[in-house]
Design a protein. Structure first.
Length: 184
């Protein structure tokens, strides 16, 4: 009897975690300049996420400040910014992962999770970015600092071009609405 209850509890918890994650977050990435991969589903499933492709030598690089502020403001409510450096647009992220990490930390005080360098452009995108684009009607990043807003169930609910800053009222309103909603 006890074994049956334990098995049922494990199945329920597994189903709940998988549902909160969905197929979108079934991916593993190394933290920026790190060695061990992080499972996005187990680490970020059930959270509201803002997924951003970043670059250190771009006119939008100053958005790191607002991304960090957003992450700090809402982290305790189940939110995280996930940064993915990419060199896809005019070579604006040419450094090594160590150089990128040092730049982000020292110049902008970035503490939100940053992951390994990836490709995000259509035709060569990492499978994670392929799923993000597919979930947003085929919209791939067209430049650095393109943003995907993901709900607690792992669904892309909005995407924002580079020129939309992290503190944009529409983005913040959608984020706060998602944080107020419970995961299904």
């Amino acid at each position: 009897m006890r074994r049956s209850l334990f098995a049922a509890a494990v199945l329920f918890l597994s189903a709940t975690a998988a549902h909160a994650c969905g197929d979108l977050l079934k991916a593993e990435f190394r933290p920026l300049a790190g060695k061990e991969k992080v499972d996005l589903c187990s680490t970020y499933g059930g959270k509201v996420l803002l997924v951003v492709n970043t670059a250190s030598k771009c006119g939008f690089t100053k958005q790191y400040d607002a991304l960090e502020a957003l992450n700090a403001k809402y982290a305790d409510r189940g939110f995280a910014v996930l940064g993915f450096p990419s060199n896809d647009f005019k070579g604006q992220e040419p450094g090594t992962e160590e150089e990128i990490k040092e730049f982000c930390t020292l110049t902008y005080g970035v503490k939100f999770p940053m992951f390994e360098k990836v490709q995000v452009k259509e035709g060569a995108a990492d499978p994670f970015y392929q799923r993000l684009a597919a979930a947003s009607e085929g919209r791939y990043p067209s430049w650095n600092f393109y943003k995907y807003l993901v709900d607690r169930d792992g669904n892309v609910v909005a995407d924002f071009p580079s020129k939309v800053t992290p503190d944009d009222p529409e983005l913040v309103a959608k984020l706060e609405s998602l944080l107020a909603a419970k995961a299904k």
